[in-house]
Design a protein around this ligand. Structure first.
Ligand SMILES: Nc1ncnc2c1ncn2[C@@H]1O[C@H](COP(=O)(O)OP(=O)(O)OP(=O)(O)O)[C@@H](O)[C@H]1O
Length: 329
């Protein structure tokens, strides 16, 4: 394995009778932006904490580069973690906060300040080096936390919901920054999020967890276009999950069209239950008998060529090539 490659082998964490993480296997090649996605309590944070060494492993292994780091202390792993709460020292300046871990490692003052300043430049913090954390905005505090994690030159940076405390505008800006930083540094970022949009925008590799297991791992396109299970399809959104001829399938809502299709297409009909104007697209919900309620996202212009109205009966169709079998509904 190359330096910076991460491999989890049957990684398991039990708290008494609670299984938080259950025998997960995962490979994250060096230089990957990897997002862990899943509902609350599915084991994302526990997985991150085990990788960082802040949580003991019940069973299984964590391999980083050529080393099995399962039982290594956090500082010896070559990983760094940025916490949700930022955990800055309130009585230290920004510069001393960033340089802190180098001080712990015994670096000289000249050496640690030089390194800290270089990292602060990377995250655009130079102007704030003499400020105290309380004199910074939330976004600036977060950049200090980021600089503090990066100052140790980690091979992997772990981020547990790094954007959740920011307002929507700042979230988007910091998101772009994180991606740029990851590209520039060429290391892997492992990023826990609740947000599908965030994962799709950032990740090279999306890992969707459910009840302590990995439900699907793949590129954003893979996971969105070909969800493996009904859970993934519903969680990612934008999909219809239905049972056709006795088997569960997914069909993207933006592939469903109004009107009857050709013989090769699948056409269903039913009552229009919802019409919602969304600007560039219009969302139409049709109760299509055995198919259940099917959502179609239609480009605005197409919709207005033959608008659907609540309560009327309409055909809908999609190409059979857009139906994907699911391994579980
Ligand atoms: N210290 C602990 N002791 C007992 N159970 C725990 C502990 N930490 C986590 N758990 C349990 O392990 C499971 C996974 O928790 P974890 O925090 O990893 O989930 P998560 O996916 O990160 O959730 P969230 O998105 O809400 O942060 C949950 O059922 C949780 O209650």
């Amino acid at each position: 394995m190359a330096k910076g490659d991460l491999e989890l082998v049957k990684l398991t964490k039990r708290y008494g009778s609670t299984v938080a993480v259950e025998a997960i296997d995962l490979r994250v090649p060096a230089g990957t932006y990897c997002c862990f996605l899943g509902p609350s309590g599915c084991g994302k944070s526990t997985t991150m904490r085990m990788i960082a060494g802040h949580e003991s492993v019940t069973e299984g292994d964590i391999i980083l580069g050529a080393q099995n780091v399962t039982d290594f202390a956090p500082a010896r792993r070559g990983t760094a973690m940025m916490f949700q709460s930022y955990a800055l020292f309130p009585h230290l300046t920004v510069l001393d906060n960033v340089a802190f871990s180098l001080k712990m490692k015994g670096a000289s003052k000249t050496e640690r300040y030089a390194k800290a300043r270089a990292v602060m430049e990377l995250v655009d913090l130079q102007r704030f080096e003499t400020r105290m954390p309380a004199q910074l905005s939330g976004g600036q505090q977060q950049r200090v936390a980021l600089a503090r994690a990066l100052v140790t030159d980690p091979g992997i940076l772990l981020l547990d919901e790094p954007l959740s405390a920011l307002d929507p505008f700042l979230r988007l800006r910091v998101r772009t920054e994180l991606k740029r930083l990851q590209r520039e540094l060429g290391i892997s970022f492992l990023h826990v999020t609740h947000g599908q949009d965030e994962a799709m925008a950032l990740a090279d590799l999306v890992v969707i967890m459910r009840d302590g297991r990995i439900e699907q791992a793949g590129s954003p396109q893979d996971v969105f276009h070909r969800p493996a299970t009904g859970f993934v399809a519903r969680f990612m959104g934008g999909h219809n999950v239905l049972t056709l001829e006795g088997r569960p399938v997914s069909v993207r809502a933006d592939r469903v069209r109004l009107g009857a299709g050709t013989e090769a297409a699948r056409t269903l009909s039913g009552e229009v239950r919802g019409v919602e104007y969304g600007g560039a697209t219009v969302t139409v919900v049709v109760a299509a008998g055995e198919g259940g309620e099917i959502t179609a996202v239609i480009p605005e212009e197409q919709f207005f060529q033959s608008p659907a109205h609540l309560g009327e009966s309409r055909d809908i169709h999609w190409s059979r090539g857009d139906e994907f079998a699911l391994s579980a509904a």
